[in-house]
Design a binder for this molecule. Sequence first.
Ligand code: NAD
Length: 503
Amino acid sequence: MEQSKAGTLIGAFAAFFPDATEIGSYVGGRLVAGTGQDIQLFDPATGEESLSYRDAGPEVAQQACIAAREAQKRWWSLTHAARGRILYAVAAKVREHNESLAVLESMSQGKPIRDSRREVEMVAEMFEFYAGWADKFYGDVIPVPTTHLNYTRREPFGTILHIAPWNIPILSFGWQVAPTVAVGNAVLLKPSELTPFSSLAVAALAEQAGVPVGLINVLAGYGHTTGQAAIADDVVKKVVFVGSPATGIRIAEAAAKRVIPCILELGGKSANIVFDDANLDLAAIGAQAAVFSGAGQSCTAGSRLLIQRKVYEQVVDKVAEGARKLRLGHPLEASTEIGPINNRNQYEHIKRMIARGVEEGAQLAAGTTSFGDRGYFVPPTLFAGVSNQMDIARTEVFGPVIAAIPFDTEDEAIAIANDSEFGLAGAVWTNDVARAHRVAGQVDAGTFWINGYRAVHVSSPFGGYKNSGYGRTSGIEALYEYTQAKSVWVQTAASAVTAIGRA
Ligand code: NAD
C-alpha cells in the first residue's frame, strides 16, 4: 500500500499496514482480502470517491471464527493477572499512536480531529479500566442451607460477536472489545462497512502489545452478508449489536434462532428538559453540545429540547445564536467544531427531515433548507414551535437538528419526555434539587444528566430503555454481561448420600 499518498485515507491506513496490498479483514494476525462485492467509499468532506475494498464474505467470517476459537483457549489459559498486564500494554500502544489513529478516524468518519484525539484517549482509558478488573472480577461463595460448599465461577462465553455502527468507530472498539477480552473471551468485531479502518489498526496494535494472534478479529464488510454469516457460526456464543432499531430486530431474530443471547444498543430521541429556574446560559450551551457535537450523529443526542414556556423564546434565541457561531469545516482543520455527515444516505435523510420539519409548520430558528454541493455538510439546525407529535420530534434524525418543544408544568415535561418509543438518555436543567431528582427518577432512560449533558465514562453502565435496547455495555455491568455464572456444589459431609428426596 502506498504510504506516499499523504493526506489520503489510504495513506493514513498505510501508516499501520505498510505492506498491505489491499484493504481486508484482520483475521488471525493478518489482513485477509474479502471475497464479496466491492464496497465503494466516499470522502465525507468532498463527496468524492476515496477507495473501494471487497466485502469480507462468509469464508472470511468462518476463518475468523476458527482463529477466535483457538486464540480464546490460549487467552483463557493465562492467569487473570497476565491478561490484565497485556491489556495495560494495549492501552499504552493506543496512546502512543494517538495522532495517527485520530487522523485515520477523522479521514474515514469525518469527525473533527479534536474529537478523534479525545476518543482515541478514551479508548486507552477503556483498556486501562478493564485491565484493572481482569484479576478482580470473580465469583462468590454462597451460604447454601445444606452441607455443601457452593461457589460460582464467572466463565467467558468463548467468542463474542460485536456489530458496530459508523458514528463512533474507534470508540466502539474500546467500548466493546476491552471488557469482552478482559474476562477471557475472543472477539469478532464487525464495524460498519463505511468505517472499518481504525478498528483494523487497533486490532493490529493490540497484537503488538501481546494479545494472542486471532483473539481480536475485525471483519470488514456488510452486515447482511458478513455479519449474518458470523451470527450463524457455531463459534459465536453471544451477539452485541449497536446500531439502528430495524437492524437490531433482525439481529435479535438471527440470534434467537441459534438460542444465543444478544445485547441491543439502538437509537434515541432523548429529551433535554430546561426549567425556567435553570442557569439559562449554561443550559443553552449544554443544549448545543447535546446535539451539535459529532454533527448530531450520536445515539444520545438531546434532539428534543423541552423548554418551560416562560423562558422558551429566551432559550431558543440563545441556542440559535450559539448554533450560528459554530465552525463547520474540514475534519483535519484544528479549528473545525462540526465536520461533515459521514455518508450520503445519512446526509440525504437529514435533509429530508429538515424539509419535513418545515412542511409540518415548525420554524427554522437556525439552519437552512439549501445546502452546498461539495461534501456532506449540514449547518447546526434549530426548529422552534415544535409539537411532540411532529415527525421532527418522533423520528431519529441522527444529525445536527434540535426540535424545541414548549411545556408548562413538571408533569407535562415528564409526559412529553416519555412519549417516545425510545429511552436512551435524557437531561434536566434546574436549580431545584428536589425537582432534579424527581425528574431523573421518572424519565424512562438508561442515562440521565442533571445540569449537564453528554458525560459518559467507561466506569459507568450504558444502555437503553424501551426501543433503545437492552443490556449494559460498560462499567462493571459489562463484565457480568460477558461472562456466565457457573454454580459449583461440593459435598462436605463425610458420609453424605445423594438420594431421591434429599439435598
Ligand atoms: P445500522 O443498523 O445500519 O448498522 C449498524 C451495523 O449493523 C453495521 O455494522 C451494519 O453493517 C450492520 N448490519 C446492517 N444490516 C445487518 C444485517 N442484516 N445483519 C447483520 N448486521 C447488519 O446502523 P448505522 O446506520 O450504522 O448507525 C446508526 C444507528 O446506530 C442510529 O440509529 C444510532 O442511534 C445507533 N447507535 C446507537 C448507539 C447506542 O449505544 N445505543 C450508539 C451509536 C449508534
